[in-house]
Structures are given as C-alpha cells and as structure tokens.
Design a protein around this ligand. Structure first.
Ligand code: GDP
Length: 180
C-alpha cells in the first residue's frame, strides 16, 4: 500500500447511480466531487488524481450521465458528476440534470468539496456560471480547477488551481486538498 501523502492510493469503483437517493451513505468519510463541461478533461484529471484509469476518457461527449462513485483506500470517496454543455441535449434533460445536481449538492452530507473544472483555454462559460452562482448562493465549498494548462492558448488564472492531467501539473495540489 502506498501511504505517502500525495501518492496514488488503492481505488475501488463503488457504482454508477441514476438518482441521488440511490447513493450509498458512508457516514464519517468525506466525499469530493468533480464536475465540468463535456470534454473539459474531467476523466483525465480524476484518473491522474487517483493514479488509476477509473474514469472513462473519451472524445465522444455525452455518454456518461450517471453519478459515478469511487472509494479511495476507504479514506475518501470521489464522485464523478455528469458533464454539461453538450450541444444536443434537450431543454427537459437540462432541467432534469440541474435538478439532480442541486439535489446532490444540497443533500449530500458527506460532500466536502466540489471541484469545478474549467478549460484554461476558454475560461468560465455561461453554463459554468449556472453552477458557480448556485454554489455561491448555497455556500457549498468549491474550488476552481483550470484544466489542460499545457495546451497552446491556455491562460493563467489566479482564482483556482492550474492543472494538466497530461503533464501532471497541479495534481499534487488537488491530492493535498483531498487527503489533507
Ligand atoms: P471529459 O469529457 O471532461 O471527461 O474529458 P476527457 O478526460 O475525456 O478529455 C477530453 C480530451 O481532452 C481528450 O482528448 C483528452 O486526451 C484531452 N485532455 C484531457 N486532459 C488533458 C490535458 O491535461 N492536456 C491535454 N493536452 N489534453 C488533455
């Protein structure tokens, strides 16, 4: 077992869930959730942080709409929340997505921190603002994570963590927040 503070730890896939009420409870263990626009690099970042290929990395956006839960070393749980900002999603589905997200963010007692992923080439978009406005209004602890900072055209942002899953930039900063 790797017990170093910032290194990878054993990870177990807990399951994929459609509804917030179906999520298993785990009491005293903290949960950290990741969310972002489709293609922001969420799967790549989760994989880099946990040090294993647990979240799917794909170039075909719009496939994962379930709440995917991982258990890291029985110490923390990681929630991979469905992405947003897909071009071909109906208004009804968008409303359902937002209702489920709000239900998760307000009812999940285990939630310690929401990581909101932003592409460092594009900055905060309207669809990100919907979530940011909600978490600020509801005082939900959150951290901005800027992704793909290795890419040409990436900007430097001061209000969050600059990361590159590809180069490993900022991964230890996220691990430090998660593992304490
Ligand atoms: P998701 O849809 O948000 O889960 O995004 P993915 O993790 O599937 O990544 C979307 C695309 O961006 C893939 O082609 C990845 O290889 C690429 N990507 C993800 N993270 C990085 C990064 O840090 N740097 C670079 N250059 N590309 C990345």
């Amino acid at each position: 077992m790797n017990n170093s503070r910032s290194g990878p730890r054993p990870v177990k896939f807990v399951g994929s869930f459609q509804c917030v009420v179906d999520l298993p409870r785990h009491g005293a263990v903290w949960e950290f959730a990741f969310i972002g626009r489709s293609n922001v690099g969420k799967s790549s970042l989760i994989n880099a942080v946990v040090g294993a290929n647990v979240a799917r990395v794909s170039n075909t956006p719009g496939r994962t709409q379930t709440l995917n839960l991982f258990n890291i070393d029985d110490r923390v749980w990681i929630m991979d929340l469905p992405g947003y900002g897909y071009a071909r999603v109906s208004k009804d589905d968008q409303v359902r997505w937002l209702e489920r997200l709000e239900e998760y963010l307000t009812n999940r007692n285990e939630l310690k921190m929401l990581f909101i992923l932003i592409d460092s080439r594009h900055g905060i978009k309207e669809s990100d603002k919907v979530i940011l406005d909600f978490v600020r209004e509801e005082n939900i602890p959150h951290t901005l994570i800027y992704t793909k900072c290795d890419k040409k055209g990436a900007c430097k942002f001061e209000d969050g963590i600059m990361t590159s899953a590809e180069k490993g930039t900022g991964i230890d900063n996220i691990r430090a927040l998660i593992y304490g």
